[in-house]
Design a protein. Structure first.
Length: 274
């Protein structure tokens, strides 16, 4: 079985408050995109995990490994499965590559095992590993609340001219949250959501303040992207990647990687893109 495992964007990201359990209460509009990994699954004589990127560990810390182990624990499924990950999503960019791999692995093992477990249950399991992972069981466009695990699917958004931009290196998500002050602005996320549904994406990410303090070059990058002529430039997640909206052809900045992409949706099967 071969499945596409898409990246995601946070089209807006509000950090509302810090909860008693240590997590932050957030509100975000999340969107799957056509940049993604490809995961290969097959029955084997033993569990095995390989990856096209030699810098990514394939031990028990890998999200795919964790998802397979969790599925076994919850279901008792014992058939050995070999998994190979063709990685295209840049790491430490805020694009949710690992979280998408969790959801894709759970969906695949559910199909292979024939257990017909409902996606709401798979979503709950996914949240045990990553707050972003439940999103991928949505339609591909969703409003997320709680710590990100409460996901409400939405109809597809109006298509945009879209590029991703990322510098070298990343940021630790926990470190960004440690430096994040809740409610750094008073914009109602429901207003942001309504505007986005109406076709107007407003570039709000409360984590930018912390990320830019930790890496001032990210602020310089945002200014550089705006100067290229993009209409909207917003960091996604905890960075260090940005999404850029606007009719720009072949953008280029020294030391910056660019990807042209577009929004992606799914029906009752898994995501597909070729």
């Amino acid at each position: 079985m071969k499945l596409f495992s898409p990246a995601k964007l946070n089209l807006f990201f509000r950090v509302l408050n810090k909860r008693a359990d240590g997590f932050h209460e957030i509100a975000s509009l999340m969107q799957a995109i056509t940049l993604g990994d490809t995961l290969h699954f097959k029955e084997s004589h033993q569990d095995h995990l390989t990856c096209s990127d030699p810098t990514i560990p394939v031990n028990e810390k890998n999200f795919i490994h964790k998802a397979r182990a969790l599925f076994r624990k919850e279901t008792g499924f014992k058939t050995p499965i070999a998994i190979h990950a063709e990685k295209k999503i840049p790491a430490e960019g805020g694009f949710g590559g690992g979280s998408g791999n969790i959801a894709t692995t759970l969906w695949a093992l559910n199909q292979i095992s024939g257990m017909d477990i409902g996606e709401e249950t798979l979503r709950t399991w996914a949240a045990e590993i990553s707050s972003d992972a439940p999103f991928f069981f949505s339609t591909g466009t969703a409003y997320a609340t709680g710590r990100g695990e409460k996901v409400f699917s939405l109809p597809p958004l109006e298509k945009k001219d879209l590029f991703l931009a990322k510098p070298e290196g990343g940021l630790s998500t926990p470190l960004v949250y440690q430096h994040c002050a809740p409610n750094v602005n008073d914009i109602d996320p429901k207003i942001l959501l309504g505007n986005a549904i109406a076709g107007k994406i407003e570039g709000v990410n409360d984590l930018e303040y912390a990320a830019f303090a930790l890496r001032p070059d990210l602020w310089e990058l945002k200014e550089g992207l705006i100067n290229l002529g993009f209409e909207t430039v917003v960091m996604t997640g905890s960075g260090t990647g940005f999404y850029c909206i606007g009719p720009i052809e072949n953008p280029s900045l020294p030391g910056i990687h660019f990807w042209k992409t577009s929004y992606l949706s799914r029906g009752d099967q898994w995501y597909a893109f070729s």
